[in-house]
Design a protein around this ligand. Structure first.
Ligand code: ATP
Length: 305
């Protein structure tokens, strides 16, 4: 089976709310694709449509080239984590997974493998009712991995995880993609995706705003600017301006220079004997690049008082 998700022209209306308004993108194998956007942008609805939990009014979604509802053993095609809260409190972690495995014709041995994989072997025989959000999250991931699927779709997987759990999740997502799987991950934590995702699908108001490589997005948003560290800010500004640069002060010792390449900045400063400690290509964070992109797409914006 191909390790892909294809979403094509999805539209979905809930009463007066247009949750999806022509959502289209593809998730490729061998990559972690971050799925991001402001609250209410349509991420969960898209994932629910992909899994056949919601029906689209228009358009279609395919997993490995087929609609989810046509898959006879879905867990072997796509593993999903949508709602980590959905565990029966009276059932042990192991029994929950055994029940799932048997419903899909999977061997019980696989349950112990995935419990090991998510670091939950020692809690396997405890009842889920006493689990923390982080533990439920791990059991949800174990369930998603049960059928060894080529496609994974995880909604906010680091939610509830402690720092050690976040590092573990980052490594897990990376290794799943490196094995050739298609991994779609929604997150509100841009810093997390900056370290984990290869590709980003950014959505707002039910449609795709950007579908781009993470490195490419950061490069574009950095706009060829130069970071200059100097204790002689005013002197630097007085020589760089006439040389054709636009200079912004970001903090006491840091200037961001636009309009001149780094080597010209160095040459101009040296020619005028302006001291500096660093000239480097400016690199925005993924968070800053994302804020640039989604500025117009935020559904609810706090009002400054
Ligand atoms: N079952 C539903 N009934 C009515 N409206 C819904 C329903 N599900 C989603 N919506 C609305 O559809 C829009 C998209 O919601 P969705 O949950 O898909 O966004 P999201 O991007 O996942 O948001 P968040 O980041 O907050 O999880 C929102 O305006 C939401 O209120």
């Amino acid at each position: 089976m191909q390790a892909t998700i294809e979403v094509n022209g999805l539209r979905k209306r809930f009463g007066r709310t247009m949750a999806l308004d022509g959502m289209s993108f593809t998730v490729s194998p061998g990559q972690v694709t971050g799925f991001v956007g402001p609250n209410g942008a349509g991420k969960s609805t898209t994932m629910r449509v992909i899994l056949g939990l919601d029906a689209a009014d228009e358009g279609h979604a395919l997993v490995g080239g087929r609609p989810y509802t046509s898959l006879r053993t879905p867990l072997s095609h796509v593993g999903a984590l949508l709602d980590a809260g959905a565990l029966q409190p009276g059932r042990t972690a192991r029994n929950h997974l055994l029940w799932l495995a048997h419903s899909q014709g999977l061997h019980g041995r696989r349950v112990d493998e995935v419990l090991e994989l998510v670091g939950m072997s020692s809690a396997a025989r405890r009842r889920a009712g006493g689990f923390s959000l982080g533990m439920r999250q791990r059991i949800g991931i174990a369930a998603a991995l049960l059928g060894d699927p080529p496609v994974l779709m995880l909604d906010e997987p680091v939610n509830g995880l402690d720092p050690e759990g976040i590092v573990w999740m980052r490594g897990l997502l990376r290794s799943l993609a490196d094995e050739g799987r298609a991994v779609l991950v929604s997150s509100h934590l841009m810093s997390e995706l900056e370290d984990t995702a290869d590709h980003l699908v950014v959505v707002g108001r039910g449609r795709v705003i950007a579908d781009t490589g993470v490195a490419e997005l950061i490069t574009t948003a950095s706009r060829g600017r130069v970071t200059l560290r100097t204790a002689a800010g005013p002197a630097a500004m007085s020589v760089l301006g006439p040389a054709g640069a636009t200079v912004a002060v970001t903090d006491r010792d840091t200037l961001v220079v636009s309009g001149l390449p780094p080597e010209r900045v160095v040459a101009v400063l040296n020619a005028n004997a302006v001291p500096f400690s660093e000239v480097a290509a400016h690199r925005v964070t993924l968070e800053q690049a994302y804020m640039d992109l989604t500025g117009d797409a935020v559904e609810y914006r706090g009002t400054a008082r």
